[in-house]
Design a protein around this ligand. Structure first.
Ligand SMILES: CC(C)(COP(=O)(O)OP(=O)(O)OC[C@H]1O[C@@H](n2cnc3c(N)ncnc32)[C@H](O)[C@@H]1OP(=O)(O)O)[C@@H](O)C(=O)NCCC(=O)NCCS
Length: 292
């Protein structure tokens, strides 16, 4: 495994070594490396667009670590910026074998092999890895997309979109029910992202604010899948729909906490912040190029 390079991996999880994790020689205490791999594994599920608990309930099993081996080539130090790479190398009947590597820049510090067994949580007896999960993992390692965004009417996508909006806006952000649902849903173009198990994971909607000007709203991503670019995929699908219908600008009311997300995709703030549904917002806008 010492000849492992970054090119061997699709998945990377970034972390910075904390002072509490180093020993008196200022190098990382060896037991922490397994924790780094475990933390990265949580992020790997996110990259697959699979919220772990719901996914395991849907599949009727749980993953248990059967074996973990770590090989040390060089040490990480306090304040190092590391990347933990993971790859599903082999899927057996009921086992999943992962290769892991920790890099500091291009330098390969640590190798790891993790073997998981898919098992019945009640009896802890092994079960065959479900074909759906197998396909997703093989697809991920082959660089296939992990979510599919579809556009449609409220009639078609409303039930699934409502599920995501209820979790994010009503339960998480505690927005009053009567402010969440309005008649604009009926005329809007809705975007819905589903993961490869068919579970709805993100949504957003597109309204006509004025001739030539679109308005995007109700952007919501499953809490466990944030920062895995699902929101970006939904936003871009809505912007493309706005462009294709000939609009020259798209605007939105961004919660201030989400301003950075929209700014990353080229939206610029406009005017002064204001309050909506008890949350501070700012208007942001993005020009569209017709014909794209
Ligand atoms: C805001 C939200 C839709 C973003 O979706 P997401 O899937 O987490 O975002 P993505 O992973 O697609 O982010 C794309 C980029 O923006 C960055 N980003 C995401 N959220 C950010 C934030 N709140 N502030 C700054 N940057 C952010 C990501 O790091 C990523 O950067 P990269 O391309 O350099 O990796 C999601 O966090 C969400 O549902 N929040 C709760 C509901 C909400 O606030 N909705 C917005 C109402 S206006």
């Amino acid at each position: 495994m010492t000849d492992t390079t970054r090119q061997d991996f699709r998945f990377f999880h970034r972390l910075r070594v904390r002072w509490a994790e180093v020993d008196m020689q200022r190098i990382v205490f060896n037991a922490h490396y397994l924790m780094y791999f475990d933390t990265a594994m949580t992020d790997y599920w996110r990259a697959l667009a699979l919220p772990y608990d719901t996914t395991m309930q849907t599949l009727g099993g749980e993953l248990y670590v059967k074996k973990a081996t770590v090989e040390f080539h060089a040490s990480a130090r306090a304040d190092d910026q590391l990347e933990v790479a993971l790859k599903c190398r082999r899927i057996g009947t009921s086992s999943l074998a992962f290769d892991g590597a920790i890099f500091r820049g291009n330098e390969h510090l640590i190798s790891c092999e993790l073997i998981y067994v898919f098992a019945d949580p009640a009896t802890q007896t092994s079960r065959p890895v479900p074909i759906g999960l197998r396909d997703i993992m093989v697809g991920y390692e082959a660089w296939e997309p992990m979510v599919r965004v579809e556009l449609g009417t409220w009639q078609a996508l409303g039930p699934a979109a409502s599920q995501v909006r209820t979790e994010v806006f009503l339960e998480e952000q505690r927005i009053p029910v009567d402010m969440e649902w309005d008649e604009a849903d009926e005329s809007a173009v809705h975007a819905l992202a589903r993961n490869r198990l068919g579970l709805p994971v993100a949504t957003g909607r597109l309204l006509q604010h004025a001739p030539g000007v679109s308005q995007i709203g109700r952007m919501a991503v499953n809490r466990l899948l944030r920062s895995a670019h699902v929101g970006r995929d939904v936003l871009q699908a809505l912007m493309l729909a706005a462009t294709q219908r000939g609009d020259h600008e798209v605007r939105l009311h961004a919660q201030r906490s989400a301003e950075g997300f929209y700014a990353r995709l080229g939206f610029l703030p406009r005017g002064e912040p204001f309050e909506e549904a008890g949350i501070v917002h700012i208007e942001m806008a993005h020009p569209l190029k017709p014909g794209l």
